[in-house]
Ligand binder design. Structure first.
Ligand code: HEC
Ligand code: HEC
Ligand code: HEC
Ligand code: HEC
Ligand code: HEC
Length: 468
């Protein structure tokens, strides 16, 4: 019964049904016409069962569904917490993601002459701000032709104009038919806007990042007067959000400090032009890693941070196209993988030391969250830096705010036990953005060793040159 029904749909039997309906209505009112000549035999229909089985079999959809359970796309909860939020939806909610793709929603800020403010247009319509990330988020053509092409056509593979930069730069990774753009559309940093948190005169414009690079010694926030440049008063969550990976991968978006002595050139590692996100993140399955888990690391507690007990899925790295023979990747100490990561981690730790020199030598400026792996993990980057920074600043807001135990204050009155945040310069803000990039790309340089090494080295050097 079901088979026949499906066969009908698949052979375009709908046309026959319309025809027979017309015949029926004729038969009611008029006389029967002459019998026409026999039509040509129709094409054989596709056996519905066979079409379904292309995908619905243990090796395809069934096993992929099991892998997906290990993916944070599935077990993460932001699709619930951000439901209804049109600005967060493009990356957190399935329907909003499809909305921004299908409507080609732009990322360049626009000026609203009525309010006198700049606005970020990158949002979905209200009616589309829902939906959990699922198979249909990336495979939006499923059940369209019922052929395998439904699986190989993705929601988007177009280069990604960066929302962080209001579209001034585009992430373009053409290898593999641009398949990395599917990931980059969501895994990209968000814009730092200024003057939106109730600061008089603030007009919500995109932060002029280039100023940080070009005028490192300009004061961003003056501790004595409270004066700010670009209406930016540093706060606990002054950041570019979490999804920095694709920017780092493409070698874009960092504050690219330059100087004469001790500075590196900004270049990209080979991955940027030859590898796709899928190569490493959807490699053949090993434990909880690979395939549609989208993970590179196999670990028992999905919510655990980076621990020494982590094991890796190197199946994406080690093949004749990429790394083989003596260049094969492994977790062996002293090997290329571990050495790269250890070197980048050391640079990250050193940059933290120099950023924290802004403080009093006792309390770091960068916020630490070392909540143990046994409890609920609040620091997504636990274990990435030695001191367990999370990329936020240890700035106190209020007893009920997001960082009630924070140490530094920017308000004119300083509560007991807290201290006024020292004067912060452009060099600090730039270095902090780069620290956030390097921490939150999470791979400790594997994504783009050369770019992340240059960003970290040059940020350290610029802080030293500026006396920190
Ligand atoms: C090109 C691959 C492909 C083909 C062909 C295909 N499906 Fe699917 N189907 C999928 C995927 C992927 C899912 C999502 C799996 C999930 O969410 O568990 C799915 C889900 C479903 C579901 C679950 C309902 C839902 O939307 O989550 C049903 C029912 C279904 N398919 C029926 C069929 C039937 C019947 C056929 C043949 C007429 C068919 N499919 C052909 C890939 C395919
Ligand atoms: C629709 C937007 C979207 C797309 C497309 C997307 N991701 Fe994600 N991804 C997210 C979000 C949002 C999260 C975090 C979900 C949460 O915590 O609720 C995430 C989580 C992840 C994580 C886990 C991160 C962690 O903290 O454990 C990995 C790895 C990942 N994505 C890789 C990829 C790869 C690789 C692709 C492309 C094949 C991809 N993603 C495509 C939005 C997306
Ligand atoms: C440009 C895409 C994008 C937009 C817009 C966006 N996010 Fe995200 N967000 C991500 C990605 C990607 C991740 C996962 C990063 C990772 O784990 O590597 C993430 C992670 C998060 C997390 C951490 C989830 C966890 O795993 O614990 C929270 C919370 C979050 N986002 C909230 C928001 C909120 C609130 C908004 C709107 C104000 C928002 N996001 C807008 C891309 C985005
Ligand atoms: C974040 C994006 C994303 C999501 C979500 C996603 N897929 Fe995929 N899927 C891909 C990409 C990319 C490929 C191509 C992989 C490649 O070429 O290596 C793929 C390939 C496939 C294939 C082809 C064979 C294979 O195993 O690679 C199947 C089957 C499939 N997906 C099913 C599903 C099902 C079922 C779900 C939901 C449980 C799902 N996908 C969710 C991105 C996604
Ligand atoms: C050369 C291999 C490789 C490529 C290519 C690659 N990644 Fe990664 N990625 C890694 C490694 C290794 C990690 C660290 C994983 C870990 O510690 O669990 C990682 C981590 C991540 C994470 C954070 C996972 C987490 O648990 O927080 C995200 C998100 C991510 N990558 C997205 C991407 C995106 C998007 C692309 C393409 C633009 C990409 N990656 C390309 C190797 C790669």
């Amino acid at each position: 019964m079901r088979k026949k029904f499906l066969q009908k749909i698949l052979t375009g039997a709908a046309i026959f049904s319309v025809a027979s309906m017309l015949l029926l209505s004729c038969a009611k009112d008029g006389k029967d016409g002459l019998t026409g000549p026999s039509g040509a035999n129709g094409k054989d229909g596709i056996d519905a069962n066979q079409t379904c089985k292309l995908c619905h079999n243990p090796a395809m959809v069934d096993s992929v569904v099991s892998q997906f359970i290990y993916s944070k796309h599935d077990y993460g909860d932001t699709w619930e917490t951000e439901a209804g939020n049109t600005g967060c939806g493009p990356c957190h909610l399935q329907e909003a993601f499809k909305y921004v793709v299908n409507n080609n929603v732009p990322v360049a800020f626009t000026f609203n002459s009525t309010t006198g403010k700049w606005e970020n247009p990158y949002a979905s319509a209200d009616y589309a701000a829902y939906g959990k990330i699922s198979c249909y988020t990336c495979h939006d053509k499923l059940h369209t032709t019922y052929g395998l092409s439904d699986l190989t056509t993705f929601t988007t593979t177009a280069p990604v104009a960066m929302t962080m930069l209001g579209g001034a730069k585009t992430i373009n990774l053409p290898q593999g038919g641009g398949i990395s753009h599917l990931c980059a559309k969501c895994h990209q940093p968000r814009p730092l806007t200024v003057g939106t948190s109730g600061i008089a005169g603030g007009d919500g414009r995109l932060f002029p990042y280039d100023s940080l690079k070009n005028f490192p010694n300009t004061i961003l926030w003056d501790s004595t007067t409270g004066a700010t440049q670009y209406w930016l008063v540093p706060s606990y969550r002054t950041h570019n959000h979490y999804g920095v990976v694709s920017a780092v991968y493409a070698g874009l978006g960092g504050i690219e400090f330059t100087g004469t002595s001790g500075y590196l050139q900004y270049t990209n590692s080979k991955h940027t032009t030859v590898a796709t996100c899928q190569d490493c993140h959807m490699a053949p399955v090993t434990g909880q890693a690979g395939g549609h888990s989208f993970r590179v690391r196999n670990q028992n507690n999905l919510n655990a941070g980076l621990t020494s007990g982590s094991s890796w899925n190197f199946k994406g790295c080690n093949n004749s196209n990429c790394h083989s023979g003596t260049d094969a990747m492994s977790a062996v100490s002293g090997g290329r993988f571990t050495t790269t990561r250890a070197t980048v981690k050391a640079l990250l730790d050193t940059l933290a030391v120099h950023i924290n020199k802004l403080g009093d030598g006792v309390h770091p400026i960068l916020h630490v969250d070392a909540t143990s792996t046994s409890g609920a993990i609040t620091n997504l980057w636990l274990g990435v830096s030695s001191k367990n920074y999370d990329g936020y600043l240890d700035i106190y807001d209020s007893p009920t705010g997001s960082n009630p135990n924070g140490y530094w204050v920017t308000s004119s009155t300083v509560p007991t036990g807290k201290k006024k945040l020292p004067t912060m310069k452009f060099v600090h803000m730039g270095a902090i953005i780069n620290f956030q990039f390097a921490l939150r790309e999470y791979s400790l340089g594997i994504h783009n060793t050369k770019y992340i090494t240059a960003l970290l080295t040059n940020s350290i050097q610029k802080l030293i040159d500026s006396g920190y």
